[in-house]
Design a protein around this ligand. Structure first.
Ligand SMILES: CC(C)=CCC/C(C)=C/CC/C(C)=C/CC/C(C)=C/COP(=O)(O)OP(=O)(O)O
Ligand SMILES: O=P(O)(O)OC[C@@H](O)CO
Ligand SMILES: [Mg+2]
Length: 233
């Protein structure tokens, strides 16, 4: 079975709690050539700010996915292709592995499983909000990361393994190890991508690179460079 992300190289992650640079519109963001937009962040996420970003991107021609940080910010919107739901394999509490998901299933009896896919996160930057929030054990070497990736795919049938360095550029050796741990699963890499070279370095090993803060801090020309690198790698 093929999934949309089998054909992706590049994803933009738009944080509804952050502004765009002066003069940049959501239309500009959607026209960067990225393969898809994920709307999500760790802190300061509400149904209202999620809705506002999806509304602003809705009329533009790019696949839109919501990446909720908790069940209470999940929104329904005709413009959404689907939901990418994190599960944090190296979280300090099972709440972030299955607990939040159990709550979501319990409260939402109309949950649209056909449009829902999990992302098996391995969180690597101890200083990122997502690491403190989920109390992730980021003290992992290349073998640990490769093994988590293999466990995600083989034991838990995960289609997407997400190596998350949010806020810092990852170690190439670790990204290579993660790629070695998966067979069929799609490897997403995110964190610290800020130009062509950093994008290329990560995209050599990852199937899909995710670019976040650059869109909020630098704008569309910088993002376009990373789209180009992802296609070249
Ligand atoms: C069951 C449902 C619907 C949701 C639970 C989903 C889980 C387990 C969330 C925990 C992990 C999490 C908060 C993921 C959000 C996506 C993410 C990693 C965003 C980037 O975060 P940072 O870059 O650290 O945060 P900011 O940029 O917001 O500071
Ligand atoms: O903001 P950056 O560091 O680009 O990280 C992207 C993404 O992986 C965050 O979840
Ligand atoms: Mg971030």
């Amino acid at each position: 079975m093929t999934a949309p992300w089998d054909d992706w190289n590049h994803v933009l992650k738009i944080d509804p709690d952050k502004d765009l640079p002066e003069g940049v519109t959501y239309g500009d963001i959607c026209a960067t050539g990225t393969d898809a937009i994920e709307v999500g962040g760790t802190m300061g996420i509400t149904e209202e700010n999620m809705q506002a970003v999806v509304d602003a991107c809705a009329e533009h021609d790019v696949p839109l996915y919501q990446e909720p940080s908790s069940p209470d910010v999940v929104i329904e919107h005709d413009a959404l292709e689907g939901y990418l739901i994190p599960t944090v394999f190296n979280a300090g509490s099972p709440f972030w592995i299955t607990g939040a998901h159990k709550e979501w299933v319990r409260i939402d009896d109309g949950l649209d499983w056909d449009r829902t896919t999990l992302e098996a996160y391995i969180v690597m930057n101890p200083d990122a909000d997502v690491a403190t929030y989920t109390e992730a054990d980021c003290d992992l070497n290349a073998d640990d990361v490769a093994a988590y990736a293999e466990v995600a795919e083989r034991m838990f049938g995960q289609e997407i393994v997400y190596l998350e360095y949010s806020g810092m550029l990852g170690d190439e050796g670790i990204v290579e190890a993660a790629a070695g741990g998966v067979d069929e699963a799609t490897l997403f890499y995110g964190g610290g991508i800020h130009d062509y070279d950093s994008a290329y370095a990560m995209a050599q090993y990852a199937d899909v690179i995710v670019v976040g803060d650059l869109a909020h801090e630098e704008g569309v020309d910088a993002v376009r460079e990373t789209v180009e690198a992802a296609a070249d790698a």
